[in-house]
Design a protein around this ligand. Structure first.
Ligand SMILES: [Fe+2]
Length: 263
């Protein structure tokens, strides 16, 4: 395709600790992220923006130092949103300056990005407050000629996994009410569920993405770890609203040794 396109890479659920060998479910999250970034750089050496869709740290404010070390020299914007394991005060402080942008909106060419905050203090589930819904409505209304990509941390549709669906977005109907009022929404993208999935609703592509560390087993009613390796998502966004996207799984051998997945 010869028309202008944006190349975006999404990394999600990094779950970093301050300790370089900190592990989540048996996966050392920093080496796992480093392997994922290296793989993405090989495949997509010059993206137009990066998206980090929440749970950048695992309840450990000192983990943001690694985010700054790994992404702080990015020549392109690094758009971030919080997840349930983020530490908001430390996150705001760590990501206050370019290349980082926490929440808000951005335009690139014919595309509008809206980053939503579904963080709900003390809860694994999420909720979009009225202020975020109003901000989304205003952004979509202000850019009727832009194709919109909307992202949030929590899943707004059931993932056919009983335990995960108890920690989803609490008010998806309110989100879809807004999206349904605007013809320019093309993509709704999230993290949180540590697995790859793709769907469509009212012509909007629904996407979620594996974690850069441990994965959850799709379709499992009870909590279960999937032995799949780390992953990331790439998106090509075309000027006419067209989308190409895919998930890349990273060679597990290049990531941390997962010696104890039950850990
Ligand atoms: Fe999460």
């Amino acid at each position: 395709m010869s028309q202008a396109q944006l190349r975006i890479v999404q990394f999600t659920d990094l779950h970093l600790y301050g300790a370089v060998d900190g592990q989540l479910r048996g996966v050392a999250t920093l080496p796992s992220l480093e392997a994922t970034l290296a793989a993405a750089r090989r495949e997509l050496p010059a993206p137009d923006a990066l998206l980090l869709t929440g749970d950048l740290v695992q309840d450990d404010a000192s983990g943001y130092a690694h985010v700054r070390a790994l992404f702080g020299a990015s020549p392109v914007p690094v758009y971030c949103i919080p997840g349930n394991h983020d530490e908001l005060g430390a996150m705001r402080a760590a990501l206050a300056a370019r290349p980082f942008q926490l929440g808000g909106t951005a335009t690139h060419g014919q595309w509008l990005f809206v980053m939503l905050d579904s963080y709900l203090h003390g809860m694994a589930a999420g909720r979009l407050p009225e202020s975020e819904l109003e901000r989304l409505e205003a952004a979509l209304a202000a850019h009727p000629d832009h194709h919109a990509l909307v992202c949030l941390h929590h899943h707004p549709v059931p993932m056919a996994s009983r335990w995960l669906d108890t920690v989803s977005l609490e008010n998806p109907a309110a989100l879809f009410d807004v999206l349904d009022r605007h013809a320019n929404v093309r993509v709704l993208l999230w993290g949180h569920v540590h697995q790859a999935w793709e769907g469509t609703r009212n012509g909007v592509k629904l996407l979620c993405t594996p974690s850069t560390c441990a994965q959850f087993k799709p379709g499992s009613d009870n909590f279960a770890i999937d032995r799949r390796p780390p992953g990331y998502r790439w998106l090509r966004l075309f000027g006419d609203g067209g989308i190409e996207t895919g998930v890349e799984w990273v060679d597990a051998a290049a990531a941390a040794p997962a010696q104890s997945l039950a850990g």
